[in-house]
Design a protein around this ligand. Structure first.
Ligand SMILES: Nc1ncnc2c1ncn2[C@@H]1O[C@H](COP(=O)(O)OP(=O)(O)OP(=O)(O)O)[C@@H](O)[C@H]1O
Ligand SMILES: [Mg+2]
Length: 383
């Protein structure tokens, strides 16, 4: 039994005469995987199938000649080395073969040691040529990837500039809204005699006030983004933040005909972190889930469970789901399937960043048309 090394170079011999064909096979079989063909047609099939490193081909054959065969070989594989075998007095044909892309020629009858050394040289040549082509393709791919990353960074940088202006421009009207909301709340309280009556518009006004406060806090956070002040970590309760986010998302869910269910553990689930950032992260995932099942009027279930050293926030929906192709991209900035609904595609990118800044992880499992489950895991304070 002969054992063949996986990476043993491959030689294809094309010759209609059995004598030279078999003597070449005997000569080369210890160092190479050898394939033989008795016609150009059979040789071309083996070329496609076996991807040889070097071809040794007789120049004169009945039917398709070696010269025509050479043309066809070059159409299939421009890189494989081809050595032509010429008969006595066929120098002109040999020169023609070189012109058409053969790499070398040897005359019959050939000298065994010369044949071995020529083949070994051309096997090396083909392999080097293929390696450099592969390297060039890899460099091209790497270059494209780097260009894409650069374009993405440029977009983020210009967003940073735009957001500075946005923060500035939004600050003033928001302060005015804040003032009016408080004024309105006071007036209502007075006219209702201070009582917290059921069905009173004061309840909705309190929610508006709370949301405007969040907007102002977000603006403050953005205006100090990047400065040392932006690190605003403190001891926070994840479960109360989740409750808070759910009470804010309730109205959106109701308007979209989505049922929002929550199962929040009693443990405060405390960790050292930035409350506003954690709120943003959770809000993005919960709002995405509500949006994903608004067409179906589906259900979103939010569960917050304390485990030994961490808390799991699970957001499960029975909405549209995410296809495998989309799944590759959902955490990339600007990837959105909500172009018509003015999605920016920054939600999950921000969420992942926030979760990772808090040493946590985010995982997704989804089946198109069935639903999606996001799990955010955050490590808790241990002391
Ligand atoms: N629960 C989900 N079900 C189905 N698809 C989802 C879900 N969550 C996210 N996706 C997909 O991931 C994409 C990216 O989400 P991401 O929150 O980053 O941006 P967005 O929701 O499109 O826009 P924005 O958050 O800025 O409004 C979405 O457009 C959507 O295709
Ligand atoms: Mg989103």
């Amino acid at each position: 039994m002969t054992t063949v090394a996986v990476d043993q170079p491959r030689i294809l011999i094309i010759d209609d005469e059995i004598g030279p064909r078999e003597s070449l096979r005997m000569l080369l079989k210890t160092d190479y995987q050898v394939f033989t063909a008795d016609s150009v047609e059979a040789g071309l099939n083996l070329l496609k199938e076996k991807n040889p490193d070097t071809i040794v081909m007789d120049i004169r054959m009945p039917g398709i000649t070696g010269i025509e065969g050479l043309r066809k070989i070059r159409e299939i594989d421009p890189d494989v080395s081809v050595i032509m075998l010429t008969g006595f007095g066929a120098l002109d044909t040999a020169k023609e073969a070189l012109r058409l892309g053969a790499n070398d020629y040897l005359s019959k009858p050939f000298d065994a040691s010369e044949m071995r050394s020529v083949i070994s040289r051309y096997v090396d040549r083909t392999r080097l040529q293929r390696q450099s082509l592969n390297a060039a393709a890899e460099i091209k791919e790497l270059n494209n990837r780097l260009l894409q990353e650069l374009a993405q960074k440029e977009r983020l940088a210009s967003l940073g500039q735009a957001s500075a202006e946005f923060v500035h421009d939004l600050g003033n009207p928001l302060t005015i809204v804040w003032g009016y909301v408080q004024m309105l709340a006071k007036r209502l309280e007075k006219s209702e005699g201070g009582a917290d009556k059921a069905g009173s518009p004061l309840n909705e006004l309190n929610i508006i006030e709370e949301k405007v406060r969040t907007c102002r806090e977000l603006l403050t956070m953005w205006s100090s983004y990047g400065s040392a002040d932006s690190v605003r970590h403190k001891t926070i309760s994840v479960s109360s933040i989740v409750r808070d986010v759910i009470s804010g998302a309730d109205a959106v869910a109701e308007q979209s005909g989505v049922s929002l269910k929550a199962n929040i553990c009693d443990d405060p689930c405390t960790l050292f972190g930035d409350p506003l950032q954690i709120k943003r992260a959770m809000q993005n995932v919960i709002v995405n889930a509500v949006q994903a099942c608004s067409d179906k009027h589906g259900t979103v279930t939010v569960t917050c469970t304390r485990k030994d050293f961490y808390v799991d926030l699970v957001v499960e929906d029975n909405g549209a789901g995410i296809t495998p192709a989309q799944m590759q991209k959902i955490f990339e900035p600007y990837f959105t399937t909500k172009q018509t609904k003015s999605g920016t595609g920054l939600g999950l990118y921000i969420t992942k960043k926030v979760v990772e800044d808090h040493h946590g992880s985010i995982k997704v499992d989804s089946t198109p048309d069935v639903g999606t489950t996001f799990v955010i895991r955050l490590p808790l304070q241990t002391t």
